[in-house]
Design a binder for this molecule. Structure first.
Ligand SMILES: *Cc1c(COP(=O)(O)O)cnc(C)c1O
Length: 394
């Protein structure tokens, strides 16, 4: 029982908040603006710069960002949008929010992101059938970028819009380029939920090189309302506004963005620590034939939102359920990322997906365990995770 009392409970992910973060929030609270003020713009400017893109719109959360992207891209009933089965349900749900039809393509078992060959085959098949295949949402799973040169090549040849659901991967490097996300994708989606690299409590962001897209999502974030020089019909006076589109209130507050600005200042340190942790786990687990550590392809620097450890439970005498229970008993709360989206009851019921449709995503799901990976873990936490992992493999 000693291991329970000597360790606090640790989870697969957790925010890091320091005294300066607290002071930043207090500063916003006592300013004139709790929302629609200068911290929102400051956060957007800083995010755009960090991703090397011209434009950024901060939003209420990453799911709202995806919905705004779907609306601004003009997806509608009859359009097909492809995403990865190995993601959070929100990546696919945004396709449904606008009445379009979701489809999936299997992942590669290296990056655990969309397989470009299978993507092209599926796009071709849709074209052959005369379907309106419109866009692809690729997900940089766990913080390892997908094959963006290949995705962009396919998008170019088949005239598809390209979205990067980048919620796991801020700070990742692809093809030795830290600004790859907004370079290849037409829109890049971010989330600032507490388990992500940087947090605003709840929050999201849309980063893009396209001015037209940024303008659209900014209007749609605020009820579809425009004012001043953006009025389209007339100007009754200084109070006047027009609703030109059906939008939403998907704004983020200045209180949240004040925290976001500070968190972004700390991002490099966060990334460095996540990479140290991953290196420690790689060394501990890399030579054990029962385990598969995350792979990193050439030119990539992983951002390690998650540390997805594959455990070959089929070949062991234990099960994943027992492994989870054993870890929990010593204060370690693991998680699994992800239950393949196509196997969710809603997707099976409405779209007819079934087990076996995407074998790599399903095999990955059977083996994956996300073990604790976040900046505030101590050296003794990491030792505890490694020791407990080996204990629970038996
Ligand atoms: C976190 C996450 C989202 C949703 O972001 P929220 O801010 O929680 O709405 C979407 N896609 C992926 C891949 C995520 O990890």
């Amino acid at each position: 029982m000693g291991s329970i009392s000597s360790h606090k409970t640790i989870s697969y992910g957790h925010q890091s908040i320091d005294e300066a973060d607290v002071q930043a929030v207090v500063g916003a609270l006592t300013s004139d603006w709790l929302t629609q003020g200068p911290f929102v713009e400051a956060f957007e400017k800083k995010l755009a710069k960090r991703l090397g893109a011209a434009h950024c719109t901060a939003t209420a959360n990453g799911t709202a960002s995806l919905h705004l992207i779907a609306l601004a891209m003009g997806w509608k009933q009859g359009d097909i949008v492809i995403t990865s089965p190995n993601t959070f349900v929100a990546s696919a749900n945004c396709i449904l929010y606008v009445g379009a039809t979701p489809d999936f393509v299997d992942i590669e078992l290296g990056s655990y992101s969309l397989d470009p060959q299978k993507l092209e085959d599926r796009v071709k098949e849709h074209r052959r059938r005369g379907d309106n295949i419109k866009a692809v949402i690729a997900v940089d799973y766990a913080g390892h970028p997908g094959d963006w040169k290949a995705y962009a090549d396919i998008a170019g040849r088949y005239d598809l819009q390209l979205v990067n659901d980048h919620c796991h991967a801020i700070g990742a490097v692809y093809n030795n380029d830290v600004h790859f996300a907004a370079k290849y994708a037409d829109a890049v989606n971010l989330s600032f939920h507490p388990v992500k690299h940087i947090t605003t409590g709840e929050g999201g962001g849309i980063v893009t090189r396209h001015e037209w897209l940024d303008k659209k999502v900014k209007v749609l974030r605020n009820h579809g309302i425009v004012r001043g020089s953006n009025l389209t019909e007339r100007d009754d006076g200084p109070w006047y506004y027009e609703m030109i589109d059906l939008g939403f209130n998907y704004r983020i507050s200045d209180i949240q963005c004040a925290l976001g600005v500070r968190q972004l200042d700390r991002l490099d340190r966060f990334l460095e620590r996540r990479r140290e942790i991953a290196k420690y786990y790689d060394q501990a687990f890399g030579n054990d034939s029962r385990l598969v550590i995350p792979k990193v392809v050439g030119g990539v620097t992983h951002a390690y939102h998650l540390y997805p450890l594959r455990i070959t439970f089929d070949a062991l005498s234990t099960t994943r359920r027992l492994f989870f229970e054993g870890m929990k008993r010593v204060g370690i709360l693991c998680q699994v990322h992800y239950i393949p989206v196509h196997l969710q009851p809603y997707y099976r019921r409405h779209f007819g997906f079934a087990p076996g449709d995407f074998p790599n995503a399903e095999k990955f799901y059977a083996e994956e365990v996300s073990i604790p990976c976040y900046p505030d873990l101590s050296g003794s936490d990491l030792e505890h995770v490694v020791k407990s992992t080996f204990t629970n493999l038996k």
